[in-house]
Design a protein around this ligand. Structure first.
Ligand code: ADP
Ligand code: ADP
Ligand code: MG
Length: 684
């Protein structure tokens, strides 16, 4: 076994790999960028090497520098994690050439599976079922259109070199094909440096079911069962679970064997995932035109489910912990053993599924704004259950690479943590997930925690009515605009008052008296804003020391006890325990029912701001200009898309804040822009 390995990654996966290495008494070397000096993954390793600037191309993608760091520290092997260099065949080869072990498949296998079109040709030869489509090298637009017509609409155009849900366009009818092809090619060349595409049948309401495979250097292969990753937004995974609900033993075995055949066809070594599109597992035919053409399909008589190869990811996946939970194995340990030349620790017949596991990706983003990624500092980062042991008792695991006080910067992806729960049954896992999500308290940046709770509580997810359209189908409940609750308003009023007292910022009667007693009735007014709706409120302290909250025409008795952020609150006779944190003008209230953010508008501080900001359109974060939708002189209306920027692996649309006329574009497509820079000017 290795004595020392270098981890060529950051964040949660770097911490994850370091934990297994420590358990196996293997020393670890971290690499880090400027932005990550002092990051959790650096502290998690035994040694660390600074490799450059914050932008990935200046650090985590500089593979020559990483190989030098391995040599300088005496590491024998490099674990690439996922993202960054993990699927870079040149890097895998460079490691081998430098006498270092790349903890992953051989460069030849990465190359063979690297392009979607080429890998599909290979899989066809290996007898793995494919989605009906065209994956040839002739890229003549007229030919592609003819192929699309032949396949039948809707079709999906995919960048062959694509990944991360990018470079895909669904086309519903022949007339739209060429325009979609054009835009797909443009995105593909910008993002992946190649504009080669493939065209395939766009399955309606399919499920994404993937198989974890493992190979060793001695020709042994196993599959570690499936994961259902159907709950997606923008073709990217949100929740993942294992096993897949409704899976039959027959289908599991057929898909497992197809995945092993795929791995064997490229002499795969190490951990890999074969992704499949699966028709509804319970045999229902999905929606109109939902059935994928039968040409290359595998028929499974018992359930009527058919599966089709989508792609192989030649690395560990973000969602590998759910497989670990149901198999009781450590996949990073298996990776290390295999890379060191050992045979696979177990044979197929020795592998079993125990219970059910679900992973939720907790991301810094705003679900209500098309999942726009968010940045900021983790002012509060409160996790469910205090210790590792407490968590494992409750079937809860958290993989993260951050600590309270850390910043989610625009340089990397928006994932803050992964929450993994395990239970004897899916129902138990679901209940644990909901409970654990309610105890995840993040203040300082927008997250999807509350959205995830909505998904978990949705009828579709609860019933395991899973398919890739789940989020769209449940839109009405997932993005529901909640009404401001009285408890939340009361908690906010109390938290604001207490925090002003503590900071001595406020000269109101509360802070001048001993706690809440005063010689005459005193009051404090608030202007709350919640989901763009304003509600004035008033907290009144009476002669006898009792309190009252006036809000929305009602006047309610209020009493509380505070201990740090914990509030025990009784309003209008209803009692609740919650936590409230103030962050500037915002108050974050966490209760078992949910997390709410409410703003207390400081009317004075905001006077004049709106006027000053009007007509200034600035970059919300550092990034690249992808395109402008307007030119100087254009008349635009409020909400109209003006420009598209790319940052944190996502595209952001900058919309007009008001009706007006575009004055000047200050950058060009392709330009890199710093945060806050003015992108264009308009006259309103
Ligand atoms: P998949 O589920 O197909 O593995 P993911 O949605 O997990 O893809 O991730 C999309 C892409 O972003 C992948 O290339 C993945 O390796 C990369 N990625 C995900 N998380 C991180 C991270 N924390 N750091 C760097 N890259 C990441
Ligand atoms: P990426 O490399 O971005 O992960 P994939 O080919 O794995 O690209 O596709 C990403 C997601 O897009 C899948 O998980 C699935 O939800 C959806 N998808 C891909 N191909 C099809 C298809 N032919 N029909 C329907 N949905 C598809
Ligand atoms: Mg994929």
């Amino acid at each position: 076994m290795f004595k020392k390995i270098l981890i060529a990654n950051r964040g949660e996966i770097a911490c994850r790999v370091a934990a297994t290495a420590r358990r196996m008494a293997i020393k670890t070397v971290a690499v880090y960028s400027d932005a990550d000096a002092g990051a959790k993954h650096v502290a998690a390793c035994d040694e660390s090497v600074h490799i450059g600037g914050s932008a990935p191309r200046d650090s985590y993608l500089r593979w020559q520098r990483i190989i030098e760091a391995a040599h300088a520290t005496g590491a024998e092997a490099i674990h690439p994690g996922y993202g960054f260099l993990s699927e870079n065949e040149e890097f895998a080869q460079a490691c081998a050439d430098a006498g270092l072990v790349f903890i992953g498949p051989p460069a030849s296998a990465i190359k063979a599976m690297g392009l979607k079109a080429e890998s599909k040709q290979l899989m066809e030869k290996a007898g793995v079922p494919l989605v009906p489509g065209y994956h040839g090298s002739d890229q003549d637009p007229a030919l592609l259109q003819r192929e699309a017509d032949r396949i039948g609409y809707p079709v999906l155009i995919k960048a062959s070199a694509g990944g991360g849900g990018k470079g895909m366009r669904a086309v519903d009818k022949p007339a739209d094909f060429l325009a979609a092809l054009d835009s797909c090619k443009r995105e593909a060349i910008n993002s992946f440096g190649s504009d080669a595409v493939l065209v395939e049948k766009y399955a309606q309401r399919p499920r994404h079911v993937e198989i974890q495979v493992f190979g060793d250097m001695h020709g042994n292969y196993v599959y570690l069962f499936e994961r259902d990753c159907s709950v997606q937004r923008r073709h990217q995974k949100v929740l993942e679970e294992a096993p897949a609900p409704g899976m039959t033993e027959t289908l599991r075995q057929q898909m497992g064997e197809a995945a092993v055949a795929a791995a064997r066809a490229v002499n795969y070594v190490g951990a890999g995932t074969v992704e499949f599109i699966v028709e509804q597992l319970d045999g229902r035919t999905a929606g109109s035109g939902g059935s994928v053409g039968a040409s290359a399909a595998h028929e499974v008589a018992s359930v009527g489910a058919r599966f089709f190869f989508m792609e192989m990811n030649t690395r560990l996946q973000v969602e590998h912990p759910v497989t670990e939970a149901i198999t009781g194995l450590d996949l990073v340990e298996w990776q290390l053993r295999v890379a060191a030349g050992q045979p696979l620790p177990l044979k197929q017949a020795q592998l079993r599924i125990h219970g059910h596991a679900i992973e939720a990706r907790i991301c810094a983003e705003n679900p209500d704004k098309q999942f726009l990624p968010a940045t900021g500092t983790l002012q509060v980062y409160g996790q469910p259950l205090a210790s590792h042991f407490e968590r494992s008792d409750h079937g809860v695991r958290i993989d993260d690479g951050v600590r309270e006080g850390d910043t989610i910067s625009p340089h990397y992806d928006s994932m803050v943590a992964k929450l993994i729960v395990h239970g004897d049954t899916r129902e138990q896992a679901l209940a644990r997930l909901d409970q654990a999500l309610s105890e995840f308290h993040i203040v300082g940046l927008q997250t999807n925690v509350q959205f995830l709770r909505h998904v978990v509580q949705s009828a579709s997810f609860a019933k395991a009515d899973l398919d890739t359209a789940l989020i769209a189908r449940e839109e009405a409940v997932l993005f529901k605009q909640e009404k401001l609750g009285l408890q939340v308003a009361a908690a906010a009023a109390v938290a604001l008052t207490l925090s002003d007292q503590k900071n001595g910022e406020c000269a109101d009667p509360f802070s001048r008296t001993d706690g809440w007693r005063s010689h005459g009735p005193s009051q404090r007014r608030f202007e709350f804003e919640f989901h763009a709706e304003r509600s004035p409120a008033q907290l009144v302290c009476l002669h006898d020391g009792s309190m009252r909250l006036d809000i929305a025409g009602a006047s309610l008795p209020l009493a509380f006890e505070a201990n740090g952020s914990a509030l025990s609150l009784t309003v209008g006779g209803e009692h609740q325990s919650l936590r409230a944190y103030r962050h500037g003008e915002d108050v974050h209230v966490f209760s078992p029912r949910g997390a709410t953010q409410i703003t207390a508008i400081d009317l004075l501080a905001h006077a004049g701001v709106a006027q000053h900001e009007a007509g200034r359109l600035t970059a919300p974060m550092p990034g690249k200009i992808v395109s402008f939708q307007v030119k100087a002189g254009d008349k635009v209306s409020r909400g109209q898309a003006l420009a598209v920027m790319e940052a944190m692996k996502m595209e952001h649309t900058i919309a007009a804040p008001a009706d007006g006329v575009i004055d000047e574009l200050l950058y060009a497509p392709g330009d890199q822009v710093p945060e806050g820079s003015e992108l264009l000017t308009m006259v309103v």
